[in-house]
Design a protein around this ligand. Structure first.
Ligand SMILES: NC(=O)c1ccc[n+]([C@@H]2O[C@H](COP(=O)([O-])OP(=O)(O)OC[C@H]3O[C@@H](n4cnc5c(N)ncnc54)[C@H](OP(=O)(O)O)[C@@H]3O)[C@@H](O)[C@H]2O)c1
Length: 319
C-alpha cells in the first residue's frame, strides 16, 4: 500500500479509502454481511487505514455494518474513520440537508453508537445546507471536537466560496469532492484546497464502477439506483464518451499484462499531487484485492499524459 500525509491532520492515509455507501443497501448490488466483513478484513490486511461512511447511507445502516465488522475483527485501532453529518435519508426515499445544531449533535451521537466507538477521526459536513448558517454548524462541530467526539473537520460537496465562508468559524482540514477520469469538474477546487494545505479524499474514484471496464453497454437500472441519477455517465450522451476513455485504459492495460482497469483509474488519480486518497466502494474481498494491487505499480508520465488527453476530450464533449 502507498500512503500520503492527510493535510494538516497528522494522519498518514492509504492510497485507497474503503467507501461504504453500497453497504447501506441503497441502489447497489446486495451482499450478505459475512461477504462485507470479509471485504473490510481484506482492506485492513492490505493496508487500507481509512474507511468512509455516513449516517445518510441508508439511515445509519452502513455505519452499523462497519461498526459490527470493526468490533468483530478487533481492528478499530488500526483504522481512521470518516463519517458525515448534516444530510438525512428520510423514509428510505429522499435526501434532506440539515446542518442545524440539533441534527449535527444527534447524528454525531448516533454515529458513535453505530460505529461502536468513542470518537470519529474525521467528521465531514456532507452537503452544504442553504437554510442553516455555516456558523451554527461549525460551532457545533467545534464543540464536538472539544468534547473529543470528533478529531478533525472536513466538508464534502462544498464550493471554494462555501469553504471560505465556513472556514471563518473553524478549521477545515479536508475536502471530499467527486473526482475521476469521468468527472473532473472539481479540479480547480481540489487544487485550491491543496494550496491551502487541506487533504483531499475523492469519491466516485471508479466513476461508480464505469472505470472498471466491466460495464460496456448502457443498461436499465432500478429507479432508486445511483447509476440512474447520481452518476450521469451511465446514461447517454455521456456513456459513449466515457467508453472512449475506457478504450484508452484498455490499451494501457495491455501494456501492463492486462492489469485491471480499476488500478489504472486509481493510479491516475493518486498520482496527482493534490489527491490524498481515493475512496472506492467495494463489497467483496476479490474487488478489494484487485483495487489494492494498484499500489504495486505506477503509470509512466507518458501514460498519465495519454489519459489526461482522453479526459480532456471527454470533458470537451460533456461541458
Ligand atoms: N460525499 C459524498 O457526497 C459521496 C458521494 C458518493 C460516494 N461517496 C463515498 O465514496 C465511496 C465510493 O463511491 P461510490 O461507491 O459511489 O463509487 P465508486 O467507488 O467509484 O464505485 C463503486 C462501484 O464500483 C464497483 N467496484 C469496485 N471495485 C471494483 C472492481 N475491482 N471491479 C468491478 N467493480 C468494482 C462496486 O461494486 P460493489 O459495490 O458491488 O462491490 C460499486 O458498484 C462511497 O462508498 C462513499 O463512501 C461520497
Amino acid at each position: 500500500m502507498k500512503f500520503k500525509e492527510f493535510g494538516s491532520t497528522g494522519m498518514r492515509v492509504s492510497q485507497i479509502t474503503l467507501g461504504t455507501w453500497g453497504m447501506g443497501d441503497v441502489g447497489w448490488d446486495h451482499y450478505d454481511e459475512s461477504t462485507r466483513v470479509d471485504a473490510i478484513r481484506t482492506a485492513v490486511d492490505c493496508g487500507i487505514n481509512l474507511i468512509d461512511t455516513a449516517p445518510a447511507y441508508n439511515n445509519g445502516a452502513a455505519e452499523r455494518v462497519l461498526g459490527r465488522a470493526l468490533a468483530q475483527l478487533g481492528v478499530r485501532d488500526k483504522i481512521f474513520i470518516s463519517t458525515k453529518c448534516g444530510h438525512l435519508f428520510v423514509d428510505g426515499k429522499v435526501y434532506r440537508r440539515d446542518g442545524s445544531r440539533e441534527t449535527v449533535r444527534r447524528q454525531c451521537e448516533e454515529s458513535l453508537r453505530n460505529l461502536q466507538t468513542d470518537h470519529v477521526d474525521l467528521m465531514l459536513i456532507h452537503w452544504p445546507d442553504p437554510n442553516t448558517p455555516f456558523e451554527e454548524t461549525m460551532d457545533t462541530l467545534n464543540e464536538l471536537k472539544k468534547e473529543g467526539k470528533i478529531l478533525h473537520v472536513g466538508v464534502s460537496n462544498f464550493s471554494i466560496e462555501q469553504i471560505e465562508e465556513a472556514g471563518k468559524y473553524g478549521l477545515i482540514e479536508a475536502i471530499q469532492p467527486q473526482y475521476s477520469m469521468v468527472y473532473t469538474q472539481q479540479e480547480e477546487l481540489i487544487r485550491w484546497a491543496h494550496s491551502k494545505g487541506m487533504a483531499c479524499m475523492t469519491y466516485g474514484s471508479l466513476g461508480g464502477g464505469i472505470l472498471t471496464g466491466k460495464i460496456r453497454q448502457v443498461r436499465e437500472y432500478d429507479p432508486t439506483d445511483s447509476r440512474n441519477r447520481f452518476y450521469k455517465h451511465f446514461q447517454e450522451p455521456l456513456f459513449s464518451e466515457a467508453m472512449k476513455v475506457v478504450g484508452v485504459m484498455d490499451e494501457i492495460s495491455q501494456a501492463h499484462n492486462g492489469v485491471a482497469l480499476s488500478q489504472i483509474a486509481l493510479n491516475w488519480s493518486f498520482q496527482k499531487e493534490y489527491v490524498s486518497t481515493c475512496i472506492v466502494g467495494a463489497q467483496t474481498k476479490e474487488k478489494v484485492l484487485e483495487n489494492c494491487a494498484a499500489a504495486d505499480w505506477s503509470l509512466s508520465d507518458k501514460e498519465v499524459a495519454r489519459l489526461d488527453e482522453a479526459v480532456r476530450t471527454y470533458q470537451a464533449h460533456t461541458v
